[in-house]
Design a protein around this ligand. Structure first.
Ligand code: SF4
Ligand code: SF4
Length: 257
């Protein structure tokens, strides 16, 4: 078996070789009560999460300021498929080293409808609750929370993960694991007085409230308003799409050499 320091180095190298732009390790041990209550016992049984990110090309996101566009919808699906491939291969790599590893399905607004059996709390819901699961937009596990804990960025007022290099112009995926990898340190919140995402939202879903892990997410975002707008966009584009709050974020909005 590879020693833990080399395991982390090899895991990160593998992630990069597979196309990940960022990779970090989250220590979940101090959050396990919250994880159990929110996501169930399976998720809470893993003390670490491997968080990976793939960047969106900036040009694609910036045109969403007046979007949505078909380019964004197309790329969104492509990046999700790439993330699934990355987390599948990282999971199998960890498994071959003798550890448990669970690739969390890539988050999108269809997740709770498409994969209702993957979370024990969701699995207890009956068919009548599928509508509820759609509007609650609940995934198996929060990729943003894992990414924040893994040092990839902070959770902004838009509720997106904000990375200092690209802002929210990325997509995330997570592998839950019991491999006791050395955890990375979370970054401080740098939203400050900015309210650009709040101003950009066409339906006023973002409330301009800084992230506090103790708060109900509804304090920061009206998910129903956002979801209803995404539904309207689905009538036009064939899938949920809107990224105005991504395009508005000043972090990573300009090229740096
Ligand atoms: S995705 Fe669109 S509708 Fe939803 S919060 Fe962002 S800007 Fe508002
Ligand atoms: S637009 Fe401003 S307030 Fe919103 S997430 Fe980005 S930095 Fe934070």
């Amino acid at each position: 078996m590879i020693n833990l320091q080399n395991l982390k180095i090899q895991l990160f190298q593998k992630a990069e070789d597979l196309g990940a732009d960022l990779c970090g390790i989250a220590d979940l041990t101090t959050d396990q009560n919250w994880i159990e209550t929110t996501y169930g016992s399976l998720c809470a049984s893993f003390p670490r999460a491997v968080s990976v990110a793939v960047f969106f090309p900036r040009e694609i996101i910036q045109e969403q300021a007046v979007g949505p566009t078909r380019s964004y919808s197309y790329l969104y699906g492509g990046i999700n498929r790439q993330l699934v491939s990355i987390t599948l291969q990282l999971s199998n790599f960890l498994q071959k080293q003798g550890y448990r590893a669970y690739p969390v399905p890539t988050s999108d607004y269809r997740q709770s409808k498409s994969f209702p059996g993957l979370q024990d709390t969701v699995a207890q819901w009956g068919p009548d609750d599928l509508e509820k699961s759609e509007t609650e937009l609940m995934g198996m596990f929060s990729h943003r929370f894992a990414a924040h804990k893994a040092g990839l960025g902070w959770i902004g007022k838009s509720c997106h993960l904000i990375n200092p290099q690209v802002g929210p112009r990325l997509r995330l995926a997570t592998v839950l694991t019991d491999a006791p990898l050395q955890a990375d340190a979370p970054l401080p919140n740098r939203c400050g007085e900015c309210t650009k995402c709040q101003e950009a939202c066409p339906v006023g879903a973002i409330k301009g409230v800084p992230f506090d892990p103790a708060d109900d997410p509804e304090k920061r975002i009206d998910k129903k308003k956002c979801y209803d707008f995404l539904e309207d966009m689905a009538d036009v584009f064939g899938q949920h799409t809107c990224a105005r709050c991504l395009a508005a974020c000043p972090w990573g909005s300009k090229a740096t050499k």
